[in-house]
Design a protein around this ligand. Structure first.
Ligand SMILES: [Zn+2]
Length: 433
């Protein structure tokens, strides 16, 4: 059994809406109502379920104890008379984002602040991919932090020795070291095993197929999945042959060929996280004004310019993503780095590469939850955690509408975006003073 399943049973209870509505239903309660119930009905929004299907227009979500209990149309869902009703007419509701590739802080205060910042921008789950030493990441993973995204971790990733780079990951040179590292990670019940297969432009020896083969084999014995940082087409092929579960980046050195597409098709469970580079085009950043103070935002805006080199690098990965997506490869979602709003840029980049907004939304919700094996998030379905965004406009029409966030709910509780935004604006102005 996978350890996630056990943990997810406990994760839900804490954050339900703190509104007590009705006591015991009394004498005639033949139904399930002998305990205190607190139900909230969100009514009238377009519901994007995260499953790639048609959205539900004029939908209703019923939430109790932090969970979705019903999802349907206004006529189809019976709203209990005691429910609190929230009118969302004209809004669009979709599942909170699941990011499978971040690198966040290693101190409690920083990491908590980052998880709250991610929640402000609609992320429900953030995964730290391979730079976590010590116990903190595992402690935070087990906690429910108010107004914060859930945290998942790969613990320490596994790489060849890379002098000058981070020493947090395991540096291995033999199969035995590779297997020992995986066994230690299994003991900590990491959410993914992260490996790096990259010579960093010829600087380091690249991890050999023998070594990554041993890692993948040992990980699978413990029911763990392996995700690989790659750069080159040939390494993608080797890893697919070796049974890798996911890629934490797209193929970046050249355009994909028929052979790699055939390998992906032979391994239909493998998940690609494209992790696109910047598109190299000037962008309007005014949508960040809720958390970035005016002076900083002006500087960022001035630095956002067209960049032909970046456009070329984007072109390779965009063509590769489009081809692999057309070939039916499973696409998930990750952004790398710590920027709390980068998922909104990444989604627009994936659409610019040729995916539809609906496909990108599935990648950033359901498929990413599946990669992490977190059953209770990723779609709007009865029984799942009430992790969703309320948007002022429909992202199926224009993916940048994911930035027009009206409200974020995690575990059924509304994230206090106003207080969080005020905190970051105030913090930055003190720094500048
Ligand atoms: Zn990374």
């Amino acid at each position: 059994m996978h350890p996630m399943k056990l943990r997810s049973r406990f994760a839900a209870s804490a954050g339900g809406l703190a509104i007590l509505l009705v006591g015991c239903a009394g004498e005639e309660s033949g139904a399930a109502q002998d305990t205190v119930s607190e139900v909230t009905a969100f009514e009238g929004a377009r519901l994007i379920l995260g499953d790639g299907g048609q959205p539900i227009e004029d939908g209703v979500l019923l939430v109790a104890d932090g969970r979705l209990i019903e999802v349907g149309t206004r006529g189809g869902v019976q709203v209990p008379t005691e429910a609190v009703r929230i009118d969302l007419t004209g809004k669009t509701v979709m599942p909170a984002f699941v990011d499978t590739h971040k690198h966040l802080g290693s101190a409690r205060e920083t990491l908590t602040d980052q998880l709250q910042h991610l929640a402000y921008y609609g992320v429900g789950v953030a995964t730290s991919l391979g730079q976590d030493d010590g116990d903190l990441a595992f402690q935070i993973r087990a906690e429910t932090i108010p107004d914060a995204a859930r945290f998942r971790t790969a613990g320490r990733g596994i790489t060849m020795s890379e002098p000058g780079r981070s020493e947090v990951p395991y540096w291995i040179t033999t199969e035995e070291e590779a297997r020992t590292a995986v066994r230690e990670l299994a003991e900590r019940e990491v959410d993914l095993v992260k490996i790096w297969v990259d010579d960093r432009n010829g600087q380091y020896e690249k991890m050999s197929p023998e070594l990554y083969g041993a890692i993948i084999d040992e990980a699978h014995r413990f029911g763990l999945r392996v995700t690989a940082h790659i750069f080159a087409l040939d390494d993608a092929k080797g890893l697919l042959r070796a049974g890798v579960d996911a890629f934490a980046h797209g193929i970046r050195d050249q355009d994909v060929d028929d052979e790699v597409i055939a390998l992906f098709q032979d391994h239909p469970e493998v998940v690609l996280v494209p992790n696109m580079p910047g598109r190299g085009v000037a962008e309007d950043l005014s949508w960040l004004s809720g958390t970035v103070p005016p002076v900083e935002l002006q500087e960022m805006q001035a630095a956002s310019r067209d960049n032909p080199d970046a456009q070329e690098a984007f072109g390779i990965q965009a063509r590769n993503l489009a081809r692999l997506n057309d070939a039916g490869v499973r696409i998930a979602f990750g952004t790398d780095g710590s920027t709390p709003w980068s998922h909104h840029l990444e989604m627009a980049d994936m659409v610019a590469a040729g995916m539809t907004p609906a496909e990108v939304i599935v990648a950033a919700t359901r498929t990413s939850a599946e990669l992490l094996q977190i059953d209770e998030v990723g779609t709007l379905e009865p029984g799942k955690s009430a992790d969703f965004l309320v948007l002022d406009a429909n992202p199926l029409d224009d993916i940048t509408n994911t930035r027009r966030i009206n409200a974020v709910y995690l575990r059924g509780a509304q994230v206090d975006r106003e207080a969080l935004g005020a905190r970051w604006m105030a913090a930055s102005s003190t720094e500048e003073a």
